[in-house]
Design a protein around this ligand. Sequence first.
Ligand code: LRH
Ligand code: MN
Ligand code: MN
Length: 403
Amino acid sequence: MTSDQTELFAALSRQRIETPSWGYGNSGTRFKTFAWPGAARTIHEKLDDAAEVQRLTGIAPSVALHIPWDEVEDYTALRRYAEGLGLSIGAINPNVFQNDRYRLGSVTSPDRQTREQALQHLLHCVDVMRQTGSRDLSLWFADGTNYAGQDDLRSRKHRMREALQQVHGALPDGARMLVEYKLFEPAFYATDLFDWGAAYAHCLAVGEKAQVLVDLGHHAPGVNIEQIVAFLLDEGRLGGFHFNARRYADDDLIVGSSNPFELFCIYAELVAAERSSDAQTRAAAEGVAYMIDQSHNIEPKVEAMLQSVLNCQEAYAKALLIDRDLLAEAQAAGDVLGAHRVLTDAFRTDVRPLLQGWREERGLPQDPIRAHRESGHQQRVAELRGTVAGGGGYPEEPVPTPV
Ligand code: LRH
Ligand code: MN
Ligand code: MN
C-alpha cells in the first residue's frame, strides 16, 4: 500500500456518522403513516437496528435519542444496553414541540409558565446527558409566529436568549449545546431561530459551549450550505450536522440522494479544515458531530439508514481525493475553470473500489447493502416485531417505552 493510501484508509477509519433513533421507527406525513413490517417500536429495538448498521458499516457507533420519544426510567441501564451492542448514546434531542401548551411557542412563548415548563424539560435532558454519557444537547425549537403582529419579535428574541443562557449554565464540563436553525415550519410567518446568523449570534452571546447545528434540510432553495459550513468552521462555531436531503420543504430524504454534489462540497470544506495548517481550525473540524436526521416514510428503515451512512462515506472519500496543491495553484493563478475541474475530477472519481478495499482490510462486508439483504435481519425483525402502526419517528404522543 502506498503512503497516500495508508493515509486515506486512516482518514476513512476515523469517519463517524451518528444515526437517529427516530429513523428506525415508523413515521409519516400528516397524510399517512405506513406501517413497515418489523419497524422498531421501542428504543431497545431502535438500538438493535442501529447495531446492525454499525456491524455492516463500521462507522456508525453512536445513536441520537429524542426525549420523550425515547424516554426510559433508567438511563444508565439504557447506556449499558447500548454498550452491550457496541454502541454509545449520542446527542440528546429535547422535544419542546409536542405539547398542547406550546401552541404559541415553548421557550419564546408569551406565557411565563409555558416557558418554565420548556426550560425544565431542557434541564431534564441535560440530566439525561449526564446519565448516558452524551456530549451534545441538540436544540431545535418549533417556536415562531404565524401572523404579523401576533407577538413582539424582539421580546421573543430576548426570551430565546434567556433560555439558551440558562441551559448553557447547566451544561457539565466537556458538554456542548448545538443550536439548530430552520427557515420555516411549523411557524410560517416568523421562526425564532430562522437562519445560521441568528443561531450564531445567540451562540456567541451565551458562551463557548454553544455551537451551531446545520441541518441540510433547513434552508431556502439556492442557499450555499458549504459556504455557511466554511464560515462557521473558521469561526470555530460549527457544532455539527443533521444530514438529510430535501426536494421542496421537508427534510427527511436520504442524504446525498438528490444532492450528491452539495454533500461532496460540504465534505470538501471539512477536509480542507481537517488539513489546515492552523491548529484551531483543525480542532474545530475534529469537534464536528456528523449526525443523520431522517425519518423514513416509505423505505425499509435499516436499509435506508445503511444507504445514508454509505452516501456520507462516499462523499468523504471523494473529498479526500481532491488534489489540494493543484487546487491552490489554480486558485492563485485565477484559473476559474481549472480550479473547478480539480474539484469535479475528485467528485467524478468512482470510489467504490477504494471503499471495497478499505472494507476488506477492516473485515467488513464489501457491499453492506447486499450483506444486509442476505442477512435475514429484515425477515427476522418482521417476524419478531410484526407490523405495527405508530411507535416510530414522529409519534403524535410520546410513546411509553417498556423497560
Ligand atoms: C426539525 C428537526 C429537528 C428535530 C427533528 C426530528 O425539523 O430537524 O432536528 O429534532 O427534525
Ligand atoms: Mn434536524
Ligand atoms: Mn428538520
